[in-house]
Design a protein. Structure first.
Length: 96
């Protein structure tokens, strides 16, 4: 039996975080070239997760995993046959 690709659903807050990250690089660099490359990397990795939802690292919370793309941690949950993107965080920032 071939495993089926799970849909990837972005939570509103995670989408906003991604837009903020991409906008930051657009503004800082005066170009959207890097932002596009980063977005493509994130999408490619999430497509791999859609095929194998256990690809990311386990966290201390049940069904919550973390996927690292460059300096960013993508926090996702496996639930009801979907991959739910909960948050995307800059791994260089201190959240305290």
């Amino acid at each position: 039996m071939v495993p089926t690709k799970k849909p990837v659903i972005w939570y509103h807050e995670a989408k906003n975080e991604l837009v903020e990250i991409l906008d930051f690089f657009d503004e800082r660099n005066g170009s959207c070239l890097y932002s596009r490359k980063l977005y493509d990397k994130i999408e490619k990795r999430l497509n791999l997760v859609a095929d194998d939802c256990l690809l990311g690292e386990e966290t201390n919370r049940e069904n919550i995993r973390q996927l690292v793309v460059e300096n960013y941690s993508i926090i996702y949950r496996i639930r009801s046959g979907t991959v739910e993107v909960l948050s995307i965080r800059d791994g260089r920032r201190n959240e305290d």
